[in-house]
Design a protein around this ligand. Structure first.
Ligand SMILES: [Zn+2]
Ligand SMILES: [Zn+2]
Length: 559
């Protein structure tokens, strides 16, 4: 035992963020000590505008694959996509044990089942401590915009690491289970080596309002409405859905649920006891026609304006069961996630055009954030009192603002670390040191069934194709004589409308003919030389004529 202690004494703790820094999305952090590793969360992010055709983005698992034997388990803080969305992709490669509270675990189970996977899922509850190798992980009740969220206090051989997960300080949460601040204080008393804390709202002064506030706003709308109501919100916000169901009951309305993820989550949440749905109140969305407007509320997905979501389909008259009509009362119980503003305002405009009354967060307090603002962040920092601090979960401006707050509270600047994904914070009991770019940690893009097969070269082609389109030059060439037997023919996509530009295309064809003739005249029979001659001449001609640079693809066949 003594010997082992001595050996361990030489190690330091490595904290390695694989995602979630300089971005809001794909949160994942590895904690490594000696030959053992635990992972916190395994999230995905949505592609940015430059990632043409990409469905989702996940963290780079290379480092985990290389160190798979060390991994003792993944601990999940809560069930949002930016924390669990990449789990199926990891389980496909490494079936490591996953620990989480019942709700996120249920969401993960559904995701895995959809892909025919079976994970090693282990239930924990707030208040539990589990031992994963040399790490003792304690789950602490917190409040966030999803049920069953936890913070983690991880006891390591060099000291305690406190990870807030996503949180806000809600003293009056809908489920009556407030954040366990007493536990924060108790842990702070014992001494915390490193704190990692949610930076999403670090630029916002004050406090985030309680979820109860949204309840009050909705209550007022329900009380005065005599119309059919349609409420769009995040399917994962079970507490808000509960509130809507409760209000429906009070106001003698039936509830119909629309949207795949909403139906899935409502089913799961009821099964696990997070949603209490009074008997007889739920009706099938296809059976709502005969229910009087003032006796119906529809809960739907699409609060982010997602084009394929139920609310968007209602707005564009593509929804099978629900047709928007003048007088409908539509509530967007959400705010747009940065980047989705345009999508949301498109949907709101369409709904107004159909004569509906739309209430959204600019008009009434139909949404509150799930993340702590400055005063709450300060309280958490003051209770935990860490020696070292590392802001997480945010773009760089959020991380920086959070670092400034910590400094204001007396944490020394040299003890605050702003890491990037792939960096490593190496800690022992006394010191911490930031190492840059230690681990491969980029964005792995998922397109359809392909994971990571779309890299920068494919993306560059997609970019070029999307900007100026494509011209294909097809010709058949006689093997023996080198003469053109057929073609060249020009086919274009996304470049110009051919029927209105026949002259241009004819001239372009002439340019291709000349380029080929020239090569044949000089007896060039090397395909690559031939192709680049045609490509170069054509490119020059088209640029001079149109100022555009389409992708030019020569295809020559030997006959
Ligand atoms: Zn979250
Ligand atoms: Zn998050």
């Amino acid at each position: 035992m003594n010997n082992r202690k001595k050996n361990n004494g030489g190690h330091s703790l490595k904290v390695i963020p694989l995602g979630g820094l300089h971005e809001i999305g794909k949160n994942m952090t590895a904690l490594e000590y000696g030959g053992e590793m635990v992972i916190i969360d395994c999230g995905m992010s949505f592609p940015d505008d430059e990632m043409y055709g990409i469905d989702v983005v996940i963290p780079d698992f290379t480092y985990l694959m290389e160190n798979s034997r060390k991994i003792k388990g993944i601990v999940i803080t809560h069930g949002h996509e930016d924390h669990i969305g990449a789990v199926p992709y990891l389980v496909e490669k490494l079936n490591v044990p996953i620990y989480g509270t019942p709700f996120p675990l249920g969401l993960i189970r559904n995701k895995l089942e959809e892909r025919g996977l079976k994970g090693r899922l282990n239930k924990i509850h707030a208040g539990d401590t589990i031992k994963l190798g040399c790490f003792k992980v304690e789950a602490i009740r917190t409040t966030h915009s999803i049920a069953d969220a936890i913070c983690l206090c991880i006891d390591t051989p060099v000291g305690k690491v406190f990870h807030t997960g996503d949180f806000k300080i809600d003293y009056t949460p809908v489920d009556g289970e407030p954040i366990d601040l007493a536990k924060f204080a108790e842990i702070g008393q014992k001494g915390v080596l490193l704190m990692m804390s949610d930076s999403t709202n670090a630029t916002r002064p004050g406090y985030t309002r309680s979820e109860r506030k949204v309840g009050e706003t909705l209550e007022a709308i329900f009380a005065r409405s005599k119309k059919r109501m349609i409420v769009a919100t995040f399917s994962s916000n079970v507490h808000r859905i509960q509130k809507i169901i409760d209000l429906a009951k009070q106001n003698r309305r039936k509830v119909a649920v629309s949207g795949r993820s909403m139906i899935n989550v409502v089913g799961l949440a009821e099964e696990l006891g997070y949603l209490k749905i009074p008997k007889g109140i739920l009706v099938d969305i296809n059976q709502t026609k005969n229910i009087p407007d003032k006796q119906l509320v529809i809960i739907t997905t699409g609060s982010q304006g997602e084009p394929m979501s139920a609310l968007s389909r209602m707005a564009t008259s593509d929804h099978k069961a629900i047709k928007i009509k003048p007088g409908d009362q539509i509530i967007l119980s959400s705010t747009p996630i940065p980047g989705n503003e345009k999508l949301v305002s498109n949907v709101v405009n369409l709904l107004f055009e159909k004569g509906a009354e739309v209430i959204y967060s600019d008009i009434a307090e139909t949404h509150v954030s799930g993340h702590a603002c400055q005063e709450e962040l300060k309280l958490a920092l003051s209770l935990i009192k860490p020696k070292f601090f590392m802001p997480v979960h945010g773009e760089f401006r959020h991380l920086k603002a959070h670092a400034d707050l910590a400094e204001e509270l007396g944490i020394k600047e040299k003890n605050i670390f702003l890491l990037e994904n792939g960096d490593c914070l190496e800690l022992n009991k006394r010191q911490a040191k930031q190492l840059h770019g230690i681990v491969q940690a980029g964005a792995v893009m998922v397109d359809g069934l392909g994971v990571g097969d779309v890299g920068s070269i494919v993306m560059r082609d997609r970019h070029l194709l999307s900007e100026s389109g494509l011209i294909i030059v097809v010709a058949s060439i006689d093997q023996a004589t080198g003469e053109i037997v057929a073609g060249p023919d020009l086919i274009s996509r996304g470049f110009v409308y051919v029927r209105e530009n026949e002259d241009l295309m004819d001239q372009a064809r002439e340019v291709a003919v000349k380029a080929l003739d020239k090569c044949i005249h000089f007896n060039t029979r090397d395909w690559n030389t031939l192709k680049s001659a045609v490509r170069d001449d054509l490119r020059r001609f088209i640029y001079n004529k149109t100022g555009r640079n389409p992708v030019i693809l020569p295809i020559f066949m030997e006959v």
